[in-house]
Design a protein around this ligand. Sequence first.
Ligand code: SAH
Length: 220
Amino acid sequence: MSRLDLKGIGMTSQRTRERLIQRLVDQGISDQRVLDVMAITPRHLFLDEAMAHRAYEDVALPIGFQQTLSQPYIVGRMTELLLEGGTPERVLEIGTGSGYQTAILAQLVGELYSVERIKPLQQKARQRMRQLKLRNVHMNHADGGMGWAERGPFDGILAAAAPERIPEELLRQLAPGGRLVMPVGGATQHLQIVDRTNEGFETTIVEEVRFVPLRPGTVR
Ligand code: SAH
């Protein structure tokens, strides 16, 4: 787990951030660890300047390359589902994007392995991790649908892009006792949880969501 270094980072007013956290609570986010971390993580750092003034609204925002920074509600929801029942030591994140979800997770888990297919997004996210001194984040430029076999198995897997079906490879890289949280589907998507037990895999459908599609291959 890492601690944020906020020296020299302009934060918006405490009240603006508190309002966002209250909104998350109102929508049912209840894990205090998650709320605490979201309250201190400067979301505006993960946006280009033109968008930064909207950073504390509970909406998804564009980050270029037709991708979006996830809505705070869904970041909070997925994070609390991943942490339910304990603190995962090794976590795989698919779709680093801006790195916002990455920064939240890095403060709550042991080691975080984050895969992104679009190189320029990954480079910016990497800088942000350095700026925040989050040292337990390991990044890979690759197709996250294949997981990150060399670093697995993982106690937790979380994805911010939706495949039509959960790739077998990800299930293989889930450790016994581990949990996967990801959106699945096409025109209609649902957030799904897969728990790996000693008997096999247990799937739970959580709620309808809207994510960018998980796409094959990489972009330089
Ligand atoms: N949590 C991120 C979400 C970014 S949007 C944030 O809040 O900023 C989803 C990201 O998944 C995009 O950056 C997209 O490029 C990436 N992505 C899509 N398919 C992928 C794949 N197969 N492997 C890795 N990343 C992928």
